[in-house]
Design a protein around this ligand. Structure first.
Ligand code: KIV
Length: 303
């Protein structure tokens, strides 16, 4: 037993997660069924145990450990610096907070482009070491489609991601909406369909005009999850830190903010700092008690 009264249990697999015990774990057939029924699919990113617990408690369908972790939790200015090793640590932490959502691990930049073998090896690590149920990769061009096919053939479900693909944002002219003329919109449609044909179980459409999405949906048999792609998709995804306001600034146009946690965190830490400086913390209720006789004996022992 721990000598510290407030120590948490260390068995990582025995966490107590508030959940609806009747909710079934999400599976690929259940996801396809949701599309068939027109039942909106909810996806959110998570990067650690508490964010995963929030996703679990909300009963979301899909959790993505996105490479957006690079900017949201690791402090980089782009997604490209995040390494596979970083993603494995974050995804494993999220896994420990989840019971029912399908967990998808994003393949970071540089971890799948080189060869099919590299892509399969990376996907296997995401499943084996982090406990992901599926992986996601960016892009709908020949290389990404080929890699998606290879990973699917290796037995690991793949989610595609087209439109604005942040790993290659520089080549796309920056973080801006894609498919804003007929020719570019057709390219996005071709990418999405190619990933579908490669066997992806779902595809993310990021930052494309709502009317393009609405047109494209008639081609899509697999669930389509939108982010900045309008309301016509089968589901929506938002970045945890964007929707909860754990960031500076408002973020992209498509973000709806549901809380202002950065402000709350700043205020909380400031209040704590002020309490310590003013000797208001700790109070009597935060201290451990001891029999005065024991203290007297201690004085004697110390001489
Ligand atoms: O990395 C990420 O968070 C993503 C979502 C925006 C879909 O790819």
């Amino acid at each position: 037993m721990s000598s510290h009264p407030s120590a948490r249990p260390t068995n990582q697999s025995s966490v107590q997660i508030p959940h609806d015990p009747g909710r079934l774990p999400m599976t690929l057939p259940l996801l396809a069924e949701k599309k068939r029924l027109g039942d909106p699919i909810v996806m959110v990113t998570a990067y650690d145990y508490p964010s995963a617990r929030a996703a679990e408690a909300a009963g979301v369908d899909l959790v993505l450990v996105g490479d957006s972790a690079a900017t949201t939790v690791l402090g980089y200015s782009a997604t490209t610096p995040v390494r596979l090793e970083d993603m494995l640590v974050l995804a494993a932490a999220a896994r420990r907070g989840l019971r029912t959502p399908l967990l998808i691990g994003d393949l970071p930049f540089g971890s799948y482009e080189i060869s099919d073998e590299q892509a399969i090896a990376t996907a296997v690590r995401m499943v084996q070491e982090a406990g992901c149920d599926a992986v996601k990769l960016e892009g709908g061009g020949g290389t990404s489609v080929q890699r998606a096919l290879a990973i699917v053939e290796a037995g690991i479900p793949v989610m595609g991601h087209v439109g604005l693909t942040p790993q290659t944002a520089t080549a796309l002219g920056g973080h801006r909406a894609q498919g804003r003329n007929a020719e570019q919109a057709l390219a996005v449609a071709h990418d999405a369909v190619a990933l579908q044909q490669a066997g992806c179980f779902s595809v993310v459409l990021e930052a494309i005009p709502a009317a393009v999405t609405a047109t494209l949906m008639s081609q899509m048999e697999i669930p389509v999850i939108g982010i900045g792609a309008g309301p016509a998709t089968d589901g929506q995804v938002l970045v945890f830190h964007d929707l909860l306001g754990i960031r500076d600034g408002l973020g992209p146009r498509f973000v709806k903010r549901y809380a202002n946690l950065q402000e709350e965190m700043n205020a909380g830490v400031l209040a704590y700092a002020e309490d310590v400086r003013a000797r208001r913390y700790p109070g009597p209720e935060h201290t451990y008690k001891i029999d005065p006789a024991e203290v007297a004996e201690l004085h004697t022992l110390l001489g």
